[in-house]
Structures are given as C-alpha cells and as structure tokens.
Design a protein around this ligand. Structure first.
Ligand code: NOJ
Ligand code: CA
Length: 688
C-alpha cells in the first residue's frame, strides 16, 4: 500500500524498486535457493532447495513427481549432525557427452551424456561445508556428497547417512531383505510388495509406479571406502525410504577424513522394464580403467570340479571322495579342451577344508595343496592344453588370514601362469564382529582387486559386497555371485529356485552387474549325478533343459560356468549350444520383458555378426512373435533353435527339447513357444 501511493507520483523510478521487491518476494515464496538441473533429453529434472535451513532434493520425470522433497545430511559420532542451518554458498554446472569402450561387457560402447549441478552448502553458524553433486542422464540420476578439506571437519565418524528417497506414490517393489542374520546374505528369493510395507531391503531395489508409467531402481555406484548401502523401508504408511549403512563392530558406519567423497546414490529411470537393460548408469559414475593394458582380461566359459560337492558325491576336504585330485583335474581339463571351454575351476584343492570349514577360517592355506593335488603339474597340463585353471580361494570371511597370504599366493599363481580366481566369503560376521558389508569388508575387497590387478589376475567373487560398477576402473573384477544361484537347486530350501526366479533376477540383481549364476545343469532331477532317485522333499532344478541353455544369454556374466558334471554333457546334442554361445557382447536388446514373468533378450557377439537369443518364462507357458529386424538387411542367417519339446514342463517333463534349424533374415519373424518353466535358446549365424 505504502509503495503504491509513493509510486503513483514518481512512477518511473518506482517501477525499478517494485521490480526488485517483486523478485525478492517470488524467490522467498517458492523457496530461496531453488536450483534445477535436467537430463540432456529434458525428461528427468532434479530440484534442490533449502527449506528452513534443511537441504532437500526432488525428482520429476516428464513433469510428474517421482521423488518428493527428500532430505540430505549426516549424523556423526562426537560432532553435531550436519543437516540444519544450511544455506547455499555456491553452484557450478557442467555438461559431458562422451563415448567410451569397454574391454568386455554386455555392450561394447557406452555413452556418458549428462548435465551436472554441484551445490555447495554451509552451516550458517558453525560454518562446516559440503557439496552435493547431481548428474542427470537420460536413464537416471546419480548424486553424491563431497566434503572438502576444512578446519571444522577433519577426521569424522559417520553414524548415519540421512539421505532420503521420498516416493511420490506407493510404488510396487521387488526386493530381498537386508536384515536377516543368515549365512546366505543376498541369496534369498525375491518378494514383491508396495513400498509402504517394506522393511529393510537390499539394492538394486527395482520399483514400478502405481500408474505403471515409470520404473525406478535405487542403487549405488563407485563404493570404494564407505559402508555398503541398504534401504530402510518407510515408517508406517509413509513412502520415504532411507539409506542404511552396514556397521563396524562398534556401530560406526564410516570412518574418514576430509577431503572425502561418498559413493553415488543412483536412481535409474525407464518407461518399460525392458528398457532397464543394459544398465550403464552406474558404470558411467565410476572412474575409467586404471589398468592400461586390458588385453589379458578375457571372458570365458568354464567347467569345474564343483557340482559334485554340492550334490554330495564329492568332498572339498580330504578323504575317499576328495574331488580335487590331480587325476580328476586332468580329466576335466581334457573335457574342456575337447569342447572349446576356456576354463576349469577346481574347488577343495588347498589345505583347510577338513572339519567345519565355515568356523575354521584361519586354517585355510592359499598356497598349500592337498597331497593328492599337484598344483604345478595341473597348471602345466592346463597350459599345454590351452585351458585356464581357475584357482579357488574360499576365505569363510577370514579376511585377515587371506590378506596375510595375499602377496605370496598371488605371486605363486602368477608364476604358474594362473590368471583367474574364484573367491568366497561364506560367513555371518567378520573377525572382530564387523558386518559382512561394512567399510572394513569394502576396503578388503578393494585391496584384493588391486593386488589381483598387480599380479594379472581376474576375479569372480562369491558372497561379495554388491557390484557398484568396480569393473569400469578395474576390469579384472569380472563377475560375482551376490544372489541366489544354481547351487540352491542342489541343497537349498523351498525345493530349489522357483520357475519365476531368473525372470526377477534379470530386472533386479543383474542391474548391478554380471552374475556368476552357474547355469547349464542338464541332470535336472539330479539323479544321474547322484546315482539314485530324488526324494520328493529334496530340491531339484525347476526349469526345462531349454531354459538352462537360455540362461547363458539372459543372465549376463563374462565368466559363465557349464555347471554340471562333465559326464552329464556327454552325448547330449543340447550341449552344442553351450559350446557355441558367446560370453562377450557388442550389443544387447531386450525384446520382451515383464518382471517375474518373462524375458526375451537378443545379444550380438563382440567382433562377430552372430546373434544369440535367450527367452525364459516363469511357471506359465508363453508364446512370443519376434521380428528379426535387428539383423543386418540383405544377409541370410541360419537359426539353430533349442526349444522346449511339445510336451515339455518343468515339473513332469523337463528334458523334452527340440533342436531345429531355420533359414532367416531381417524381414523374418520367429515364433517362440515356451513351456511352463521353460525357455528357448537360439544361435543366429550368417549362412555360408
Ligand atoms: C559358496 C559358493 O557360492 C559356492 O560356489 C562354493 O562352492 C562354496 N561356497 C564353497 O566355497
Ligand atoms: Ca553362494
């Protein structure tokens, strides 16, 4: 009122004053310091703002809210929390568009195209500072905290990371729990529920909004020196998910000193489940390779002395059923060489397995073989046959025992020409009581990856900390387990993995990175291998034979096992597909996919015109019409088709398989018929 009166008389000067007043007013009404950054295609947009001294971010896709304002901050031991009295003190922006090549992978070339907004905030009174960096990609968002070096924040102990993901609706989620104190850790069956009833869960956490229009996946990238992230479900009726961190024995989550950066928190976004794969958001948020010459890091298929232990016909420990003998190993190497399989895994070769190997973790030697296993001799034999011997290092979580021997063991392996290790961490708790996913374990894994790189050794890690894209920086970190794999069909509860299991893994666990699932069990009933009929209460493989083949294409791993006993592959025409199938891909296309129901994926082999198709279904029979428009025009292809037989059924007729050939080209359509619990595997090679 006062301003208006004044202005009526001196209108020109006043319009300036008014303009300023108005600008200040809008800024205050809509939240001062509201900042925005959008993805290159403009569809994903993050808004960052301070409200009453607290820092929030929110996320929209196509103008619709995906995440409502969600708080950021930390709680420390021995210092005030960092979450209040904040103001924005600076911003910087950046844009990147570059394409890089993977040494091996699900796709050869990856485009890193993003817009970055870095916000610097400081406490108004106490003056501690930190930055939050947001990177907006067309396929999602990554953000992380950075703590610059500063007098008020040097050494710190994080008790809680306060990052929230406040979902705009009660999305449907596919999850495994994170708070069950059991040996199997990530090796559970998935559940699906609205997020409002979720408790504590692991990532990748895949969700679909109620309107069905958006799929989002929470995970993390570049976990180097921090605790592994899990997600705490909402309080009753809330939709706000929160970061939870695995603790050291004394309850501290992360120990650090400035300058310090956290891992990236990632939110992958897609319109359809099928568009979630291939998932490269996390790879783009990891630093590029520190290994300059990666030519020695080669994907492979492998067989092994392994399944016998799981079905009880062999032992890891010494005795009459000891699997890892020189003789057995040579026979397995012969089998691999004769069938063009690149590697042989031998478990139970080293001293330490006798007695309770899970409890006696200090007893493992990583250099001393059992007397009936001549390591040097089998290594030389493998080399002569052109086969790579994969060394097994089960630690039972005894990381101190392992670290003490690391240099000696890895240099021994190198001296014998051995360049791949499968490691294992079967344990509930680390020595000293630290959590299996704590910063202590994250540091251990990094140390092993670096040491392995130094000795020219590739890794396949079981019972790991989840994959956060380490393979970009260290391409020798090839594959890992970290989910319920085939082994559960030998001895697991619930009768083995249910037919839907792999159709969920594809859209959840596999979004983090490759998985050593170990497909290819042909003795579906586990009767030939054990030499006795299976009792109804015992677990078994709950797929058809054709589905076992399809898993080589569907579940990506640069090290893929042909898991069955070699003798179970003898005289099996279906084994030809395992001989042929590629393990390194140029291109990946998901043709059909519904979480928990089915997946059809086509992949082109790296440096080759050949394509492979893998299709899997849950307990329902399904038919798909697949256009082959991904093939190059004007070139004729031969399709070698491994389909479920007419009466195939995972329960009563799992072995019925129909192997056929068809001449096809880009204009053709293929009809895929999948039996209940079935699948189909196809090799498409250029006609000669
Ligand atoms: C669990 C692993 O997943 C399995 O592959 C291995 O055989 C055993 N641990 C023994 O190390
Ligand atoms: Ca396991």
């Amino acid at each position: 009122m006062h301003v208006w009166t004044h202005c009526r008389t001196r209108w020109l000067a006043c319009s300036l004053v008014l303009g300023l007043a108005w600008a200040t007013f809008t800024a205050t009404a809509h939240g001062q310091n509201q900042l925005r950054v959008a993805s290159p295609d403009g569809r994903n947009e993050v808004t960052v703002e301070i409200r009453e001294g607290k820092l929030y971010y929110s996320l929209k896709r196509d103008g619709r809210a995906v995440l409502l304002p969600s708080q950021l901050g930390f709680e420390f031991r021995g210092a005030a929390p960092l979450r209040e009295d904040l103001r924005v003190v600076g911003t910087t922006r950046n844009a990147v568009d570059q394409t890089w090549t993977q040494p091996w992978g699900e796709v050869a070339r990856v485009r890193d195209h993003h817009n970055e907004l870095k916000i610097s905030v400081a406490e108004a009174a106490a003056g501690r500072r930190f930055d939050v960096v947001f990177r907006l990609f067309d396929d999602g968002v990554g953000f992380r905290y950075e703590f610059p070096e500063q007098p008020g924040l040097r050494e710190f102990e994080i008790m809680e990371e306060l990052t929230e993901f406040s979902l705009a609706d009660n999305a449907q989620a596919w999850w495994i729990p994170s708070n069950r104190p059991r040996l199997d850790r990530s090796e559970m069956l998935y559940a699906s529920s609205p997020i409002s009833v979720m408790d504590s869960v692991q990532t990748p956490l895949t969700m679909q909004t109620r309107d069905g229009r958006t799929f989002l996946v929470l995970h993390e990238a570049n976990l180097v020196d921090y605790a592994r992230m899990t997600i705490r479900g909402p309080r009753m009726e809330s939709r706000t998910l929160r970061v939870a961190l695995a603790p050291w024995a004394d309850g501290v989550k992360v120990r650090g000193r400035t300058p310090f950066v956290t891992p990236w928190r990632t939110i992958q976004l897609a319109d359809r489940a099928a568009d979630l794969v291939p998932s490269v958001l996390g790879l783009n948020l990891n630093p590029s390779s520190v290994i300059e010459n990666t030519s020695w890091i080669k994907p492979m298929k492998y067989v092994g002395i392994w399944w016998g232990m799981h079905i009880g016909t062999m032992t890891w420990g010494s005795g009459p059923k000891h699997g890892a003998t020189t003789e057995n190993t040579k026979r397995t190497i012969d089998f691999a060489a004769a069938n063009g399989i690149g590697g042989v895994l031998v478990e139970g070769w080293n001293v330490g397995w006798d007695g309770d190997w899970i409890q006696n973790r200090e007893a493992f030697s990583f250099t001393q073989p059992y007397p009936d296993y001549d390591l040097a001799e089998v290594a030389a034999y493998a080399k002569q046959k052109g086969v790579r011997l994969i060394v097994h290092n089960e630690t039972s979580g005894g990381i101190e025992n392992y670290e003490r021997q690391l240099e000696a063991a890895f240099s021994l392996y190198r001296s014998l020409g051995l360049d791949a290790i499968k490691s294992g961490y079967v344990t509930d708790e680390l020595p000293g009581g630290h959590h299996h996913w704590s910063q202590v374990m994250v540091r251990h894994h990094r140390k092993v990856i670096e040491t392995a790189a130094k000795y020219g050794i590739a890794l396949d890690v079981h019972e790991p900390v989840h994959d956060t894209g380490e393979r970009r920086t260290y391409p020798n970190m090839m594959t890992r387990e970290g989910a319920r794999g085939q082994e559960y069909n030998a001895w697991g509860g619930e009768g083995g993995n249910p037919p839907e299991h792999e159709t969920i893994l594809f859209f959840t666990r596999l979004l983090a990175g490759p998985m050593d699932f170990t497909p290819g069990i042909f003795d579906i009933l586990i009767e030939r291998g054990t030499g006795r009929p299976r009792r109804p209460e015992e677990p078994r493989v709950r797929t058809t034979l054709a589905k076992q083949l399809a898993l080589y294409v569907v579940l990506y791993s640069p090290m893929h096992m042909a898991a069955d006993l070699p003798e179970n592959y003898e005289n099996q025409p279906a084994f030809q597909f395992i001989r042929d199938v590629a393990v390194d891909w140029d291109t990946t296309r998901v043709l059909e996919g519904k979480i928990g129901d089915y997946v059809v994926v086509a992949r082109r082999e790296r440096n080759s015109p050949s394509w492979y198709i893998g299709a899997i279904t849950d307990e329902e029979a399904r038919t798909f019409e697949i256009p082959l428009s991904f093939l190059p025009k004007g070139r004729n292809y031969v399709a070698e088709i491994y389909a479920d037989g007419a009466d195939a059924h995972w329960l009563h007729n799992p072995l019925a398989i129909r192997i056929s050939r068809q001449n096809l080209s880009a204009g053709s359509r293929l009809t895929l018929r999948l039996a209940p619990g079935g699948g189909q595997a196809i090799r498409l090679r250029p006609a000669r």
